[in-house]
Design a binder for this molecule. Structure first.
Ligand SMILES: [Zn+2]
Length: 228
């Protein structure tokens, strides 16, 4: 469904009514988000985030299970707010369902593909150059997962076209699973808030990134406010 069903108060009201009135115990929702700006960013629109929050609240209070398919890290946020779970895979298309980002380019000179890596410490996906910068920062702990060991994520060798996107995707999925496992507490919302605040503190401790602006975890501030 289009994300307006969450962000628009009238549509959201209708959706939540439907949820309450229905006899279906489990709802499997696939929310189509606006094109992420910048690409690879998480939603930070306040009305949309409030929609996830209300959906989770109503689902939890009415004993309905809402599963947010193809939602990745945003689904993790929604799960901390009352959804029953989320779906994600190892590729960007399986982690985010969104309108396509239109990037103007000439067919003869396509934009170079930049390999990407999910940074658990930032709750954000960054490009290879930023990952290399983070590796040199003092408070950074490289991921010790089996996929990162094979990928050489802690000691990557340029050029980045040798970067194995499939292994990076497996690392991303594993990290989402770990984040989800951490929500199994009596208060998942404060657990998520703590996680987001940790990521903000780590980001604040870093020197300014001399890399592309889409490496900034722009969503963290809005997420921290939502989770208060
Ligand atoms: Zn890893």
């Amino acid at each position: 469904m289009p994300s307006q069903w969450l962000s628009n108060p009238d549509l959201r009201h209708r959706l939540l009514n439907e949820l309450v009135e229905s006899t279906e115990p489990m709802w499997y929702l696939r929310v189509r988000l606006p094109a992420p700006r910048p690409a690879h960013s998480q939603p930070r629109n306040e009305a949309l985030l409030r929609g996830y929050q209300e959906l989770g609240k109503v689902a939890a209070s009415e004993g309905r299970q809402v599963i947010l398919a193809t939602s990745g890290l945003t689904g993790w946020l929604a799960t901390s707010l009352g959804a029953a779970g989320f779906g994600a895979g190892t590729t960007p298309a399986t982690r985010t369902f969104a309108e396509p980002t239109v990037i103007p380019q000439q067919p003869e000179s396509p934009w170079p593909r930049r390999p990407r890596y999910f940074e658990p410490a930032l709750l954000h996906t960054v490009d290879f150059a930023t990952h290399e910068l983070l590796l040199r920062s003092k408070d950074y702990t490289p991921c010790g997962c089996t996929f990162c060991a094979e990928l050489g994520a802690a000691n990557p060798k340029p050029p980045p076209d040798q970067w194995n996107g499939e292994l990076a995707g497996l690392h991303h999925l594993l990290q989402l699973g770990r984040l989800l496992a951490r929500l199994h507490t009596t208060d998942p919302q404060s657990t998520a808030r703590h996680q987001v605040e940790q990521a903000r503190a780590f980001h604040a401790s870093l020197p300014p990134f001399p890399t592309h602006h889409d490496n900034q975890p722009l969503h963290l501030k809005a997420w921290a406010q939502l989770l208060q």
